[in-house]
Design a binder for this molecule. Structure first.
Ligand SMILES: [Zn+2]
Length: 138
């Protein structure tokens, strides 16, 4: 069992997900992934640094906590990879006008056999939002 979640582990997860669920997607420009600061609301992001032609995926430092199911971390990585695939924050051809239009990320995930990750995320986020509300009211 994994005991430390660090940037190396994130890269390992990214490669696993990419090889298994996005096999035909070429790395048209390099992708790096790392933990960012602890963010409660922004779980992940991807941006393109045009100067160095690098897509940078940042995952909230909150996910270093081993209590957070791995499927939830995997879901966040897969979500950013869908944006990359659609040409957002990557040098790939942009296929859509808006990154989240019409539930397109969820649909892409389901088509790629990632529905189980989406479900794990839905289950987790429901509980997590409850927790946040309790913390705010307490
Ligand atoms: Zn997104």
């Amino acid at each position: 069992m994994q005991t430390v979640r660090d940037n190396k582990w994130l890269l390992y997860r990214l490669n696993e997900i990419w090889d298994r669920y996005f096999p035909e997607i070429k790395e048209s420009n390099p992708v790096v992934i790392k933990f960012g600061r602890y963010s409660k609301y922004r779980l992940g992001s991807i941006r393109l640094d045009r100067k160095v032609n690098l897509s940078l995926i940042t995952i909230t430092g909150m996910f270093k906590n081993l209590q957070i199911p791995q499927a939830v971390v995997d879901h966040t990585i897969a979500h950013e990879l869908v944006h990359y695939t659609h040409g957002f924050s990557s040098q790939r051809q942009r296929l859509l006008r808006y990154p989240h239009a019409g539930g397109v990320v969820k649909r892409e995930m389901e088509e790629r056999g990632l529905g189980h990750l989406y479900q794990a995320y839905r289950d987790w986020i429901k509980e997590y939002q409850k927790l946040l509300r309790t913390a705010q009211n307490g």
